[in-house]
Every structure is written in C-alpha cells, then in structure tokens.
Design a protein around this ligand. Structure first.
Ligand code: HEC
Length: 723
C-alpha cells in the first residue's frame, strides 16, 4: 500500500526524488527506508521480531570468524536471583531487567548504564523480557514492562513512567478479570506482551491450584492503558467452547493462561497464543470436559480479539502439559509452493505445524486412544492428538533399558525404584499413591526459551530437556485446618512433608531459622521465583499457616473466611527421577539440541547439549543436561545458545551441521535466550547470565555482550560513522 501511494505521488508531481509525502501516518520515504534498515540491525521484540523466530539477518559474525569472538562488555546488575531475560535492542540502546525487576537502558555498544527504573515493588517473579513501541513517526517511544501484576509504560528515553498510561503510568492485570476482589487475584506478567499497532497484548502467569483467575488474553491501548479487547480462555455462556466445561466453570475455574508469550503476523493482523492447562493441574473433577481453550494454540484477530482458529494439543489436561514455548512463524514449502506456517513445540517433544491462515495441520495429526482414569470423580479424555511427523525430539516412554548405567549402584537403585512406578508413556492418567513416570518431565521437552526458525532454510532449532519426573495423587482431608490448606495449596510444590524437591522447589523444613514470620508471609502473599502469590488467604489463615510451617501445629481456625477450595485429591510432588548422587536416573542424553527441516519433517542433526563439569572431568562428556532458555539463528550461518544449567557455557554451532565452532564460559549459567544486533557497524551477541538452577552454584545477574575484536580484518567492511 505504502509503495503504491508513493508511486502515484511520483507520477503526479513528476519529481525524481521524493523526500517527503503528505500521506497521513506514513512518514517520509527516507525515514521509512532508514527504519527498515535499522530494524535489520535491531532486536526490537522478544524473540527478535513479532514472528518470534529468533532470527537475525546480521552476518558480520560468521562461520569463518566466530572463533575470534570475545567479551566486548558486561553489565553486572549487582543483584542475585537469576535472570531469564532476553533484552530488546533498538537504535543502539539495550533495554533489560534486573533479577528484582528493575528496568534499565544501556548503551548497547559499551554497556554503559543510561537509566534505571525502580517501581519500588520488590519484583519477585521471573521476567523474560519487555516490549518496545514507537509511534509511526518514531517520535514517541515506550518500553512496556511487567512488574508482578502491573504493566508499566516507560518513556524509552528517560525510563520515567508515562503518566497518561493507565493510572500514573501503569495498569493492574488483576482488574477486569471478572473476579472480585481484584486485589485477591494472583497474576504476574512473566513473559512480555507483544505490540501490534497501538496495542499491547498480554496474558500472564496464574496459579496451578485453585483459586486462580482465568487466563484471559487482553489487549490494552499503548497510549492510554485502556482495555481494548479481552478473549476469554474459559468461555462465558454463549461463547464457543462454553459446552466443553461444566456450566459455571467460567466463574470458578482458573488459568488456561498464556505464560510463554506470543507470535504475531503483522501483515495478516493475527496473534498466535499458546495456552497452558486449567487449574488445578492434576485433578479435574470440577472441570469435566475438553476444557477449551486450555492447552490450545489460538489464532486471534489482533485488532479485535476474535478467534480465527484454534488447535487443542491436550484435551482435559491432567499432566500440566502446557504449551510451554512461544510459537515461531516460518514459511515452508509444500508441493513446490510457499506456505506461511506457525510452529508450536511442546513439553512432550512434539512439533506441531499449521497453515498460519486457517490452522490446517501441515503434518498429519492422529487421534490416539488412552486408558480411563481410575481416580474417583475424574473423567480423562479418551483420545489425544499426536503429530505423526516430525518424530518427537525427546524420549516419551521410559523402559528398563533406558535406566542409568552411570555406576552399577546407580543402575540398581534406579531399577528398584522404577519397578514401583507406572510407566506406560504419554497421557496415562495419574494414580492415587502410586507414582507415574512423566517422560520427558514436567519441564519438557521444550520449555519457555522457545525455538529458532531459519527463514533461509525452513529449519527449526529446538533445545530440549530429556529426563524423567514422577508424580502421583493423594486424597485431601478436606477440613479447613492449616495442614489441610498446606496440603491443598502448597504440597504440590513443597511436598507432603515439606522437603520440596531442591533446588528448584526448596524444602521448608527449618526455614524458621533463616526467615522471620514477616518474611515468610511476604513470600506467601506475593510469591517468589516460580512460586505464585497467594493473596486470597485471609490474615488469620496466613497466621495459622505460618504457625503450622514453623511449629508443625495445625489447630482448627475460627476463621470468618471460607478456606481456599480444596480438591478431593492433591498432587504429591514434581519429583525429578534422579539417582542418589543427583544425576538423572535415565541414560543420556539428558538435554539435546535438534535441527528439524519443516519442509520435510526430517532431522538435519541432533546433538547432546551441556555437560556436568565434574562428570566431564572424569571422562563422561557430552551427556547433555537440563537446559532453559532458547537459541537464536543468524544469516552468518550460526546458532547461538547458552541455556545449559551446569557448565555455564555460551556456544555457537554451525547451523547446517551442528558442529561446535566456539564456546565461552559465563559468570553464571546463561538460562536465557540471547539476542544479536549491530551498532555503528559492529555486531554484538548478548546473553543474560544468572544461573540459580544448579545447587552447587550461586545465582547472580550479569549481561555479557560478545563481538569480534575491534582491530580484526572485518574493520574494513565497517561503515564510516560520523561522530
Ligand atoms: C508452583 C509451585 C509452588 C507452590 C504451589 C508454592 N510454592 Fe512456595 N516456593 C516455590 C519456589 C519455586 C520457591 C523458591 C523461590 C525462589 O527463591 O526463587 C518457594 C519458596 C517458598 C518459601 C521461601 C523459602 C525459603 O527458604 O526462602 C516459602 C516460605 C514458601 N515457598 C511457602 C509456600 C507456601 C506456604 C505455599 C502454599 C500457600 C507455597 N509456598 C506454595 C514454589 C511453590
């Protein structure tokens, strides 16, 4: 359209060079061209671009010179706690977050701090990124950053909240969810919203247990903060999908939220929204039915929020099989023609591929039958949809021949435990008291880092975990004692006997020697890291709960408030199946990096990703390890990824072969997706290093940027930059 308008103008005016047009809203042609060129150098959105393909056209750093890559600058936030943040970079400025969710801007060429914004809310949740918006003239520029349940609009130049946005520069995601009181709702923005025109589209993280607010997808006006549309992921009466739940579920059920982020097709005006399971994750007697739009990839009209198509990956989820990654938009070849597609990776190890316009699967999807639930009140779905191609990128069924051989003792231990478990592959409903193997585990398969998709080749790159976890159900007592509240709300993560599953899920035993009751109350009320807040607990319930946690006493309360809804069954733990020395009790690879050609569904390569340094020193190399944070792919022929939990490495692979071309050690594990950009003719690759997933290592928060040495031969190719 734009080009057309300009051509007409040329004919009419008959001038050779158009430097200015009056067409409203387009800005000058030169400015447009400059912007397009700028966008190729920037990393202006989470995942690199609205398409979330983690791809950059930059090629200064390439196969032939990547071995010279060295640290150009690093920025220490001087905070602990770990980082999952992938920064955005626009016009030479890098915008990022600290572990406690302070927002900052750096000179992206030097790492020098330009400004820092402290909301004075103690940010306690993970935060994977921010969104950048500018008006069509590029005059007004805003950073949209989630801090807990708030979304701030900050002036990109100063870091000051924009007073005209919402109330004093922020909106509160607890409002307009149809649940009262708003202050009792637990929601936090942990993956950033996505910008479309003058809208910021968001969802959030909701609790895994009830009560939980619904996971509505909402679009707000970037200028005013006004709610423009809302899509109910738990349909209201009269809406499509309403009949896949009990009648009043829309008032009482919760979650079915998008916590992993979005992808957007700006040309079509479609936003792609992967959702997670409904609360409570593991027992669904109060939500009998398929539970649309939980566990769905939903295509919404980004202007209006109207549903265009959807695909449900798990019906009536009983395994916490959220869609855990943002989708990636990619164009593939089918019968010699280009098809615009959307790829979605899963915790189970699947890649689903759909025609982006209409949701038609581009690889066959087969519905397979599964056994019924044996738990009273539960009705599992009889069938689940599985893609027949590509082959899963993680192992899905644990058998004795896959048990660890690290030492004969470890093997014997694994065998004895394994024989007590139920292990029949995907989608077998959990049992009461007997552990069922979840393989790959509750953290995938794929995770929140998301894949990279290369538009040059149609190859998708997926890093995955490949270890087993177990889980079971147990009956709740159903009274309103503090112990019953603990069992229904907390034991899902901290375990029935409060020992947790360290380090991811801490033990609460003996914590009173480290924490004051006030500190414990703050953590329970507002959440921390992976733990959601419990603002719904009344003061006396909180008081009694802390008493129970610190003294073990569980006196009945004379509370005026009803206790939180307790399900008849509770989950007895997210347990990794680890051997007595803490290593996965399955044979390696424990983590992998996969390159899959989406034109054919065939694997191009597959390698283990990550090592345990102490095992590698003893000769057990290339085991792969658990990893969090995604890859990026570049026109320079490279795939960059950190992600590995234990070896703190940042690596570059040849994207065509999977050959390791370069690696460097980070101050902490780089559990975040890197970003790449160019400033003044120099290409940088940056990654947030925060660690925190290895019990033997500390956590921190440092951004490290790499570039080729200033004096290397590529200097000749640099643009002259006026100072
Ligand atoms: C979804 C999982 C989950 C649930 C449910 C959960 N927690 Fe947590 N909890 C965590 C995680 C993860 C941490 C560690 C947070 C961090 O330090 O990053 C934590 C930390 C804590 C801490 C601080 C421990 C310390 O040593 O600093 C307390 C206290 C706590 N939780 C109590 C509770 C109580 C009480 C409940 C129920 C009302 C609860 N948690 C429910 C996951 C959970």
């Amino acid at each position: 359209m734009r080009t057309l308008a300009v051509c007409i103008l040329l004919l009419v005016s008959g001038v050779a060079v158009v430097t200015f047009t009056w067409i409203p809203g387009t800005g000058s042609v030169l400015a447009e061209n400059a912007r397009a060129a700028q966008e190729q150098q920037d990393w202006p959105a989470y995942g690199g671009a609205p398409e979330n393909s983690h791809y950059s056209r930059l090629a200064q750093i390439n196969r032939s010179n990547v071995r010279q890559l060295a640290v150009a600058w690093s920025f220490d936030t001087e905070e602990e706690g770990g980082l999952q943040t992938s920064p955005v970079i626009v016009e030479g400025i890098l915008y990022g977050l600290t572990p406690t969710q302070k927002v900052f801007a750096l000179n992206a060429a030097t790492g020098k701090l330009l400004w820092k914004f402290d909301s004075e809310i103690p940010g306690r949740q993970v935060n994977r990124g921010l969104a950048y918006w500018s008006d069509s003239k590029g005059k007004e520029k805003r950073i949209l950053a989630g801090v807990m349940n708030f979304v701030y609009a900050l002036d990109a130049a100063t870091g000051k909240p924009v007073p005209s946005f919402g109330r004093d520069g922020r909106i509160d995601l607890r409002e307009n969810l149809g649940r009262e009181p708003a202050t009792a709702q637990s929601i936090a923005l942990t993956s950033p919203g996505i910008v479309y025109k003058d809208l910021i589209i968001v969802s959030g993280r909701n609790p895994e247990t009830l009560p939980a607010p619904p996971g509505d997808i909402r679009a707000y006006d970037v200028r005013t903060g006004q709610l423009r549309w809302s899509f109910h992921t738990i349909p209201h009466p009269g809406e499509v999908g309403y009949d896949t739940w009990p009648r009043d579920a829309w008032k009482t059920s919760g979650a079915a939220n998008n916590w992993a982020g979005f992808a957007l097709d700006p040309k079509r005006g479609i936003v792609y929204v992967p959702t997670g399971s409904a609360a409570f994750d593991f027992y669904g007697a109060d939500r009998i039915g398929d539970d649309l739009f939980a566990n769905c990839l939903i295509a919404l009209n980004a202007d209006t929020g109207e549903r265009i198509w959807h695909f449900q990956g798990v019906r009536h989820d009983l395994w916490d099989r959220d869609f855990p990654s943002p989708p990636a938009l990619v164009t593939v070849k089918r019968d010699g023609k280009d098809v615009d597609a959307v790829a979605q990776t899963t915790k189970q190890g699947f890649v689903y591929l759909f025609d982006r316009a209409n949701g038609k699967p581009l690889f066959p999807v087969q519905y397979q039958k599964y056994p019924p639930s044996t738990v009273p009140g539960e009705i599992a779905a009889s069938e689940q949809p599985l893609p027949t191609i590509p082959a899963p990128f993680a192992r899905q069924r644990l058998t004795e021949d896959l048990l660890t051989n690290r030492t004969p003792e470890a093997h014997q231990w694994a065998l004895e435990n394994f024989r007590r478990f139920r292990s029949e592959g995907q989608f077998v409903p959990l049992s009461v008291r007997r552990d069922t193997v979840i393989f790959p585990g509750f953290d995938g398969g794929a995770e929140w880092g998301g894949p990279a998709a290369d538009p040059e080749t149609g190859i998708i790159y997926v890093n995955a975990n490949d270890i087993a976890w177990t889980g079971a159900l147990a009956a709740n007592t159903g009274d309103d004692s503090p112990m019953a509240i603990y069992m229904s709300q907390c034991s899902v993560c901290h375990g029935e006997n409060r020992t947790g599953s360290p380090p991811a899920l801490p033990s609460l035993v003996g914590m009173e020697s480290r924490l004051t009751p006030a500190q414990i109350a703050t953590t329970i009320r507002h959440g921390k890291g992976r733990m959601p807040g419990f603002p719904n607990l009344a003061d006396d319930q909180m008081f009694a709960l802390i008493g129970f946690l610190t003294t073990g006493e569980s006196k009945e309360m004379a509370s005026s408030e009803p206790p939180p809804p307790a399900m008849k069954y509770r989950f007895t733990g997210y347990r990794r199946f680890l051997d007595p020395e803490g290593y996965p009790a399955v044979v390696p690879p424990w983590g992998t990096l996969n390159a899959i050609n989406l034109n054919t569904g065939a694997y191009v390569w597959k390698i283990p990703l990550g090592e345990y340094p102490e095992l590698a020193a003893k000769g057990q190399k290339k085991t792969g390890t658990e990893n969090y944070g995604g890859p990026i792919v570049t026109a320079g022929g490279l795939l960059f990824i950190g992600a590995t939990n234990f070896d703190k490495k940042f690596r570059a692979f040849d994207k065509a072969t999977g050959e390791l071309l370069w690696e460097s050690s980070l101050p902490f594990a780089g559990n975040a997706t890197p970003a790449t950009y160019e400033v003044n003719g120099r290409q940088f690759v940056v990654i947030a290093a925060g660690g925190g997933k290895d019990p033997k290592s500390k956590s921190g928060g440092v951004y490290v940027a790499f570039a080729l040495p200033e004096d290397s031969s590529h200097d000749a190719h640099r643009r002259a930059v006026p100072k």
